[in-house]
Design a protein around this ligand. Structure first.
Ligand SMILES: CC(C)(COP(=O)(O)OP(=O)(O)OC[C@H]1O[C@@H](n2cnc3c(N)ncnc32)[C@H](O)[C@@H]1OP(=O)(O)O)[C@@H](O)C(=O)NCCC(=O)NCCS
Length: 222
Protein backbone atom coordinates (compact mmCIF):
# COMPACT_ATOMS: atom_id res chain seq x y z
CA UNK A 1 0.00 0.00 0.00
CA UNK A 2 1.27 3.45 -0.91
CA UNK A 3 0.97 5.47 2.33
CA UNK A 4 0.38 9.16 1.73
CA UNK A 5 -0.53 10.66 5.12
CA UNK A 6 -1.12 9.41 8.68
CA UNK A 7 -3.34 10.73 11.43
CA UNK A 8 -1.48 12.42 14.31
CA UNK A 9 -1.99 9.34 16.54
CA UNK A 10 -0.96 7.00 13.67
CA UNK A 11 -4.26 5.11 14.03
CA UNK A 12 -5.31 5.87 10.46
CA UNK A 13 -3.41 6.12 7.21
CA UNK A 14 -4.43 7.59 3.84
CA UNK A 15 -3.37 5.41 0.92
CA UNK A 16 -4.01 5.33 -2.80
CA UNK A 17 -7.07 3.11 -3.31
CA UNK A 18 -6.45 -0.38 -4.66
CA UNK A 19 -8.76 -2.71 -6.63
CA UNK A 20 -8.84 -5.22 -3.74
CA UNK A 21 -10.55 -2.53 -1.63
CA UNK A 22 -13.48 -2.04 -4.02
CA UNK A 23 -16.08 -3.98 -2.00
CA UNK A 24 -15.12 -2.17 1.21
CA UNK A 25 -15.29 1.16 -0.62
CA UNK A 26 -18.83 0.31 -1.73
CA UNK A 27 -19.75 -0.52 1.88
CA UNK A 28 -18.46 2.90 3.03
CA UNK A 29 -20.42 4.54 0.21
CA UNK A 30 -23.70 2.79 1.13
CA UNK A 31 -23.27 3.74 4.79
CA UNK A 32 -22.39 7.34 3.85
CA UNK A 33 -25.22 8.03 1.39
CA UNK A 34 -28.32 6.24 2.74
CA UNK A 35 -30.81 8.54 0.94
CA UNK A 36 -29.02 8.98 -2.41
CA UNK A 37 -30.82 7.43 -5.41
CA UNK A 38 -29.57 3.87 -6.02
CA UNK A 39 -28.62 4.74 -9.63
CA UNK A 40 -26.30 7.49 -8.34
CA UNK A 41 -24.41 5.36 -5.82
CA UNK A 42 -20.77 4.56 -6.52
CA UNK A 43 -20.44 0.76 -6.45
CA UNK A 44 -17.45 -1.58 -6.37
CA UNK A 45 -17.14 -1.70 -10.17
CA UNK A 46 -17.21 2.10 -10.33
CA UNK A 47 -14.39 2.34 -7.78
CA UNK A 48 -12.33 -0.11 -9.88
CA UNK A 49 -13.01 2.07 -12.92
CA UNK A 50 -11.76 5.18 -11.04
CA UNK A 51 -8.46 3.44 -10.37
CA UNK A 52 -8.03 2.77 -14.11
CA UNK A 53 -8.79 6.32 -15.27
CA UNK A 54 -6.98 8.29 -12.56
CA UNK A 55 -5.25 6.16 -9.88
CA UNK A 56 -3.54 9.17 -8.27
CA UNK A 57 -6.91 10.77 -7.54
CA UNK A 58 -8.34 7.86 -5.54
CA UNK A 59 -7.79 7.78 -1.79
CA UNK A 60 -8.81 5.45 1.02
CA UNK A 61 -8.40 5.78 4.78
CA UNK A 62 -7.39 2.53 6.43
CA UNK A 63 -7.48 1.82 10.16
CA UNK A 64 -4.01 0.39 10.83
CA UNK A 65 -4.93 -2.12 13.53
CA UNK A 66 -7.93 -3.72 11.81
CA UNK A 67 -6.89 -3.08 8.18
CA UNK A 68 -10.45 -1.87 7.61
CA UNK A 69 -11.23 0.76 4.93
CA UNK A 70 -13.22 3.39 6.83
CA UNK A 71 -13.34 6.40 4.49
CA UNK A 72 -12.56 7.36 0.92
CA UNK A 73 -12.55 10.09 -1.69
CA UNK A 74 -12.66 10.00 -5.50
CA UNK A 75 -11.45 12.78 -7.77
CA UNK A 76 -11.06 13.51 -11.47
CA UNK A 77 -9.64 16.40 -13.46
CA UNK A 78 -12.09 18.55 -15.42
CA UNK A 79 -12.10 21.77 -17.44
CA UNK A 80 -14.24 24.13 -15.41
CA UNK A 81 -15.96 27.31 -16.58
CA UNK A 82 -16.79 29.26 -13.44
CA UNK A 83 -19.20 31.46 -15.44
CA UNK A 84 -21.34 28.47 -16.37
CA UNK A 85 -21.46 25.98 -13.54
CA UNK A 86 -24.68 24.05 -14.13
CA UNK A 87 -24.09 20.32 -14.47
CA UNK A 88 -25.42 17.06 -13.11
CA UNK A 89 -23.44 14.68 -10.93
CA UNK A 90 -24.00 11.71 -13.25
CA UNK A 91 -22.76 13.65 -16.29
CA UNK A 92 -19.60 15.10 -14.79
CA UNK A 93 -18.67 11.75 -13.23
CA UNK A 94 -19.34 9.71 -16.41
CA UNK A 95 -22.13 7.92 -14.54
CA UNK A 96 -19.74 7.38 -11.63
CA UNK A 97 -17.04 5.69 -13.78
CA UNK A 98 -14.79 8.81 -14.06
CA UNK A 99 -14.51 8.17 -17.83
CA UNK A 100 -14.87 11.97 -18.04
CA UNK A 101 -11.43 12.45 -16.43
CA UNK A 102 -9.50 14.95 -18.59
CA UNK A 103 -5.75 15.01 -17.84
CA UNK A 104 -5.51 18.33 -19.74
CA UNK A 105 -8.16 19.98 -17.55
CA UNK A 106 -7.54 22.72 -15.00
CA UNK A 107 -9.48 21.81 -11.81
CA UNK A 108 -9.53 18.76 -9.57
CA UNK A 109 -13.18 17.78 -9.10
CA UNK A 110 -14.36 15.88 -6.03
CA UNK A 111 -16.75 13.18 -7.20
CA UNK A 112 -17.12 11.63 -3.76
CA UNK A 113 -16.09 11.74 -0.12
CA UNK A 114 -17.50 9.48 2.57
CA UNK A 115 -16.49 8.60 6.11
CA UNK A 116 -18.20 5.56 7.65
CA UNK A 117 -20.62 6.81 10.35
CA UNK A 118 -18.74 4.87 13.07
CA UNK A 119 -15.57 6.85 12.28
CA UNK A 120 -16.85 10.40 11.91
CA UNK A 121 -15.48 13.27 13.98
CA UNK A 122 -11.94 11.81 14.06
CA UNK A 123 -10.54 14.18 11.44
CA UNK A 124 -10.64 11.65 8.60
CA UNK A 125 -12.25 13.99 6.05
CA UNK A 126 -9.63 16.55 7.08
CA UNK A 127 -6.91 14.03 6.11
CA UNK A 128 -8.63 13.42 2.77
CA UNK A 129 -9.09 17.14 2.00
CA UNK A 130 -5.40 17.67 2.84
CA UNK A 131 -4.17 15.01 0.41
CA UNK A 132 -6.52 16.29 -2.30
CA UNK A 133 -5.28 19.86 -1.87
CA UNK A 134 -1.68 18.55 -1.94
CA UNK A 135 -2.52 16.80 -5.23
CA UNK A 136 -3.85 20.07 -6.68
CA UNK A 137 -0.56 21.79 -5.82
CA UNK A 138 1.58 18.93 -7.14
CA UNK A 139 -0.31 18.86 -10.46
CA UNK A 140 -0.32 22.70 -10.60
CA UNK A 141 -4.09 22.80 -11.08
CA UNK A 142 -6.18 25.92 -10.45
CA UNK A 143 -7.88 24.41 -7.43
CA UNK A 144 -10.24 21.83 -6.00
CA UNK A 145 -13.96 22.00 -6.64
CA UNK A 146 -17.02 19.82 -6.03
CA UNK A 147 -20.77 19.76 -6.13
CA UNK A 148 -21.34 19.62 -2.38
CA UNK A 149 -24.59 18.31 -0.92
CA UNK A 150 -26.19 20.74 1.58
CA UNK A 151 -27.54 17.82 3.61
CA UNK A 152 -29.27 19.87 6.27
CA UNK A 153 -31.39 21.78 3.76
CA UNK A 154 -33.96 19.09 2.90
CA UNK A 155 -35.55 19.22 6.34
CA UNK A 156 -36.02 23.02 6.27
CA UNK A 157 -36.72 23.59 2.56
CA UNK A 158 -40.35 24.61 3.26
CA UNK A 159 -39.17 27.31 5.68
CA UNK A 160 -36.63 29.18 3.56
CA UNK A 161 -34.96 29.35 0.15
CA UNK A 162 -31.54 27.75 -0.21
CA UNK A 163 -29.90 31.19 -0.53
CA UNK A 164 -31.06 32.11 2.99
CA UNK A 165 -29.95 28.72 4.36
CA UNK A 166 -26.47 29.13 2.83
CA UNK A 167 -26.15 32.65 4.21
CA UNK A 168 -26.86 31.35 7.70
CA UNK A 169 -24.33 28.52 7.28
CA UNK A 170 -21.66 30.94 6.00
CA UNK A 171 -22.32 33.30 8.92
CA UNK A 172 -22.03 30.38 11.35
CA UNK A 173 -25.62 30.87 12.56
CA UNK A 174 -26.54 27.39 11.35
CA UNK A 175 -24.51 24.20 10.94
CA UNK A 176 -24.76 21.95 7.88
CA UNK A 177 -23.32 18.41 8.23
CA UNK A 178 -21.42 18.74 4.94
CA UNK A 179 -20.95 22.42 4.05
CA UNK A 180 -19.82 23.46 7.54
CA UNK A 181 -17.06 20.84 7.31
CA UNK A 182 -15.94 22.11 3.91
CA UNK A 183 -16.01 25.79 4.91
CA UNK A 184 -13.68 24.88 7.80
CA UNK A 185 -11.28 23.32 5.30
CA UNK A 186 -10.99 26.58 3.33
CA UNK A 187 -13.59 26.01 0.62
CA UNK A 188 -15.80 28.88 -0.56
CA UNK A 189 -19.33 28.62 -1.90
CA UNK A 190 -19.38 29.66 -5.56
CA UNK A 191 -22.95 28.90 -6.65
CA UNK A 192 -26.08 26.79 -6.47
CA UNK A 193 -26.73 23.87 -8.84
CA UNK A 194 -30.44 22.83 -8.97
CA UNK A 195 -31.25 19.21 -9.88
CA UNK A 196 -27.63 18.18 -9.30
CA UNK A 197 -28.61 14.72 -8.08
CA UNK A 198 -31.48 12.81 -6.45
CA UNK A 199 -31.37 12.96 -2.67
CA UNK A 200 -34.13 14.36 -0.45
CA UNK A 201 -31.64 15.30 2.30
CA UNK A 202 -30.35 18.15 0.10
CA UNK A 203 -33.57 18.64 -1.90
CA UNK A 204 -31.60 17.51 -5.01
CA UNK A 205 -29.37 20.59 -4.83
CA UNK A 206 -25.63 20.76 -5.28
CA UNK A 207 -23.56 23.69 -4.10
CA UNK A 208 -20.40 24.36 -6.09
CA UNK A 209 -17.53 24.83 -3.66
CA UNK A 210 -14.03 25.90 -4.64
CA UNK A 211 -10.61 25.92 -3.01
CA UNK A 212 -8.06 27.90 -5.04
CA UNK A 213 -4.46 26.71 -5.34
CA UNK A 214 -2.55 29.22 -3.16
CA UNK A 215 0.62 28.79 -5.28
CA UNK A 216 -1.27 30.13 -8.30
CA UNK A 217 -3.08 32.82 -6.33
CA UNK A 218 0.31 34.09 -5.08
CA UNK A 219 1.63 34.33 -8.63
CA UNK A 220 -1.49 36.15 -9.80
CA UNK A 221 -2.53 33.33 -12.16
CA UNK A 222 -6.07 33.17 -10.81
C1 LIG B 1 -18.98 15.22 5.72
C2 LIG B 1 -18.04 14.13 6.25
C3 LIG B 1 -17.18 13.64 5.09
C4 LIG B 1 -17.16 14.71 7.36
O1 LIG B 1 -16.23 13.73 7.76
P1 LIG B 1 -15.51 13.68 9.21
O2 LIG B 1 -14.33 12.77 9.08
O3 LIG B 1 -16.49 13.32 10.27
O4 LIG B 1 -15.03 15.18 9.41
P2 LIG B 1 -13.81 15.65 10.33
O5 LIG B 1 -13.77 14.79 11.57
O6 LIG B 1 -12.57 15.71 9.49
O7 LIG B 1 -14.28 17.12 10.75
C5 LIG B 1 -13.80 18.26 10.09
C6 LIG B 1 -14.32 19.49 10.85
O8 LIG B 1 -15.73 19.62 10.67
C7 LIG B 1 -16.41 19.56 11.91
N1 LIG B 1 -17.59 18.74 11.71
C8 LIG B 1 -17.63 17.41 11.51
N2 LIG B 1 -18.91 17.01 11.36
C9 LIG B 1 -19.67 18.13 11.45
C10 LIG B 1 -21.08 18.37 11.40
N3 LIG B 1 -21.96 17.36 11.23
N4 LIG B 1 -21.50 19.62 11.53
C11 LIG B 1 -20.65 20.65 11.72
N5 LIG B 1 -19.30 20.48 11.80
C12 LIG B 1 -18.84 19.23 11.68
C13 LIG B 1 -15.42 18.91 12.87
O9 LIG B 1 -15.66 19.34 14.19
C14 LIG B 1 -14.10 19.40 12.36
O10 LIG B 1 -13.85 20.72 12.80
P3 LIG B 1 -12.38 21.17 13.32
O11 LIG B 1 -11.49 21.12 12.12
O12 LIG B 1 -12.60 22.55 13.83
O13 LIG B 1 -11.98 20.18 14.35
C15 LIG B 1 -18.85 12.93 6.85
O14 LIG B 1 -19.79 13.44 7.78
C16 LIG B 1 -19.59 12.09 5.82
O15 LIG B 1 -19.02 11.12 5.29
N6 LIG B 1 -20.86 12.39 5.52
C17 LIG B 1 -21.66 11.57 4.62
C18 LIG B 1 -21.19 11.61 3.19
C19 LIG B 1 -21.30 13.00 2.60
O16 LIG B 1 -22.30 13.67 2.73
N7 LIG B 1 -20.24 13.40 1.91
C20 LIG B 1 -20.18 14.73 1.29
C21 LIG B 1 -20.83 14.76 -0.03
S1 LIG B 1 -20.68 16.34 -0.81
Amino acid sequence: MKEILSSADNRFVVVQSEPAMAEQLEAVQRASFPTLAEHELTLAHHFRSHMKYFPEGQHAVVEGESGRVVASSSDLIVRLDLANIWHRFVDISGHMTLSTHDPTGDWLYGADIGVHPDYRGHGLSTLLYTVRQDLVRRLRLKGHTAGAMPKGYGSVQDEMPLERYLLEVIRGERSDPVLSVQLKRGYAIWGIIPEYLEDPSCANYGVLIIWRNPDKVRKGWL
